[in-house]
Write a protein that binds this ligand. Structure first.
Ligand code: BG6
Ligand code: MG
Length: 219
């Protein structure tokens, strides 16, 4: 029986996926690495440092940077990203998300956040939805990032629920793999070709309601 819902943040609750894209594009182009939306898909759900290593590998220039320079690039990207998220307000919640959070809480479901982003808590605050979440996984304490299932397993543990009682919601291919690896039902926000592994693919968050989700779960 459904008892908990575990959400990714960027691209599911709010469109910060676009801000990550803009900040990485600026960082990549500053070091002459070509960057487009297709390649950006590979970074979705991936931690800040791992994303940067992917960019350096993409440009074939990883060996040219010292650890200190890599740290500096990551810092610069985050500074730019934080500029972009400064103006976030509750109006930036993706369509239907607020209603879905409200109906989940009214139905007594436990809600968790499983985001790789260290900026997650401040973004939830700016969106004014922190109180809906019963738990937030600290991405700094994880051994492995998405697509490893650890973050979703940890969220279920923190909610004191079994994985089979939880559903995960994601917009990244790595995130869907993580949810499936955790043996949870996966809701995928995105195009059918990218959300192939999802149990329920939706084109927009506006399509996600508790009634439809329960239908999909056969409850
Ligand atoms: C994920 C995003 O949620 O968080 C990634 O999908 C991002 O694009 C990652 O790199 C880490 O975010 P942050 O805010 O800690 O740099
Ligand atoms: Mg995401």
């Amino acid at each position: 029986m459904l008892k908990g819902i575990i959400f990714d943040l960027d691209g599911v609750i709010t469109d910060t996926a676009e801000y990550h894209y803009l900040a990485w594009k600026k960082t990549a182009e500053a070091i002459a690495v070509p960057f487009d939306r297709e390649f950006n898909e590979e970074l979705k759900g991936v931690s800040r440092m791992d994303s940067l290593y992917k960019i350096l590998d993409h440009g074939g220039i990883r060996g040219q940077f010292s650890d200190a320079q890599v740290e500096e690039l990551a810092h610069d990207k985050n500074t730019y990203y934080q500029e972009l998220i400064k103006e976030i307000t509750p109006n930036d919640l993706l369509p239907g998300i607020k209603d879905f959070l409200v109906e989940c809480k009214e139905a007594g479901l436990q809600l968790g956040l499983a985001s790789a982003s260290k900026n997650g808590p401040v973004i939830l605050d700016r969106l004014e939805v922190t109180n809906f979440f019963d738990t937030i996984v600290d991405p700094g304490k994880l051994k492995k990032g998405k697509p490893d299932p650890e973050i979703f397993v940890k969220a279920a543990e923190q909610l004191q629920l079994q994985v089979r009682e939880c559903v995960g919601v994601e917009d990244a291919e790595a995130g869907i793999q993580a949810i499936k690896g955790a043996n949870m039902f996966a809701v995928g926000v995105g195009t059918p070709d990218r959300m192939k592994l999802a149990d329920w693919q939706v084109g927009s968050t506006a399509e996600i309601t508790l009634e439809r989700l329960k239908e999909k779960l056969g409850e």
